[in-house]
Design a protein around this ligand. Structure first.
Ligand SMILES: Cc1cc2nc3c(=O)[nH]c(=O)nc-3n(C[C@H](O)[C@H](O)[C@H](O)COP(=O)(O)OP(=O)(O)OC[C@H]3O[C@@H](n4cnc5c(N)ncnc54)[C@H](O)[C@@H]3O)c2cc1C
Ligand SMILES: NC(=O)C[C@@H](N)C(=O)O
Length: 349
């Protein structure tokens, strides 16, 4: 039975670990016991076996970058190939709809406005619902600033990371998954622990752990506020007010190569004021908390298996880790299956 380990317990680590458990055949090729060379799932008396997956991480939810995320399903600060992004986003949306169908907390559709100074229709809009490009007359009604020249209305989703990761963690443990709290200094240290497949989902941590200087931080500061009157999200070129289950996340900072995670109170005030300018009803909001974290930004998401090795990478999702998570997790599963097949072929030689 191959031993699989996933490094990292943010949304990408937990989702990838669960996807491996759920997607690799829930049985084992048991040649030595039943002298068979096919999966024995059709033999009712055989005990189903789920691959033992371990997650190693130094921090767990609610103390990961994923937990700070607003949970908006929309590509952002991710310069990857747009068709790959759309493919992953579509898979994530199907997963969210399944999760919502189960009545689980922290996920729902949300509708609102994207107002911009430039006339451009992002390709990812094709995965959204109820898309309506605003007419000049409609723009005049919704614009709150002279730079709001162009915009559209659409429906997307929110997926609150902390609630979702909690649910995923419960499934993972039910499947026999294990957790280990440990900081990994170098990924080679894990190779010596006897794992057959290592999946790296350490986000910004890969900069040191793998030595990948292409992944860098983009600092983001947000406020969580309570304002039940606000029923639509509003995103413009700089600021955003995004709906969550019972709160609204106000944001919009993106400072590249900034490592400082201390909350800047002046910036919090500016985020609040600028969002009140976009949505005046926010004036009555109750400010609950402020948060800062570092988006693991990279030219492209690194989602690949190291050649002739046992390491698979899944990190560098920028401002889109929630949006892309299940699409990337399922692509990782295919890489794990391929690696295990190659391993089996080699072991026969
Ligand atoms: C303010 C803000 C708002 C955001 N809003 C959204 C949004 O609305 N929608 C969206 O899609 N995305 C959003 N994002 C981006 C999203 O949060 C990230 O893309 C996502 O969290 C990345 O997930 P991850 O699991 O790859 O990394 P992380 O959540 O950073 O998890 C990495 C894990 O690896 C572990 N780790 C790291 N290094 C080591 C090591 N050496 N040894 C052991 N463990 C290690 C960490 O402890 C952690 O558990 C936002 C980000 C910020 C900062
Ligand atoms: N507008 C957004 O999508 C914001 C969010 N993805 C962030 O990284 O801040």
């Amino acid at each position: 039975m191959p031993k699989i380990v996933v490094l990292g317990a943010g949304i990408n680590g937990i989702s990838t670990a669960l996807a491996i458990q759920e997607s690799i055949p829930k049985c084992q090729v048991i040649k030595q016991r039943m002298n068979l060379s096919v999966c024995v799932s059709s033999y009712p008396d055989v005990q189903f076996q789920i691959f033992p997956v371990t997650v190693i991480s130094d921090r767990f939810s609610p103390n990961t970058t994923s937990d700070v995320a607003a949970g908006l399903i929309e590509p952002y600060l991710c310069d990857d190939d747009v068709d790959r992004i759309i493919k992953w986003t579509r898979t994530t949306i199907l997963r969210i709809q399944e999760y919502m169908a189960g009545g689980h907390p922290g996920a729902e559709e949300q509708s609102g406005y994207y107002l911009s100074s430039v006339k451009s229709i992002p390709k990812w809009l094709e995965v959204m619902k109820n898309v309506h490009i605003l007419s000049e007359k409609e723009m005049k009604e919704v614009a709150k600033r002279p730079e709001h020249k162009f915009g559209f209305f659409y429906t997307t989703w929110y997926l609150e990371p902390t609630a979702y990761i909690k649910w995923e963690t419960e499934q993972f443990l039910k499947n026999g998954g294990q957790f280990l709290q440990q900081k990994i200094n170098k990924i080679d240290d894990v190779s010596k622990m006897g794992y057959d497949v290592i999946v790296n989902c350490t986000g910004l941590g890969s900069r040191e752990m793998v030595g990948d200087k292409e992944v860098y931080p983009t600092r983001g500061q947000v406020l969580r506020v309570e304002c039940p009157r606000v029923k639509h999200f509003l995103i413009d070129d700089e600021y955003y007010a995004l709906l969550n289950e019972n709160t609204i996340t106000l944001g919009g900072t993106q400072d590249r190569n900034q490592w400082n995670t201390t909350i800047n109170p002046i910036l919090s005030q500016k985020i609040f004021e600028e969002n009140c300018r976009n949505i005046p009803s926010l004036r009555s909001a109750r400010i609950l908390s402020a948060h800062v974290d570092l988006r693991p930004t990279r030219g492209t998401v690194r989602l690949e298996a190291e050649p002739n090795g046992k390491v698979i990478h899944n990190y560098g999702h920028g401002g889109s880790g929630i949006t892309l998570h299940w699409g990337c997790a399922m692509e990782c599963v295919n890489l794990v299956k391929k690696m295990m097949l190659e391993e089996k072929k080699n072991s026969k030689i």
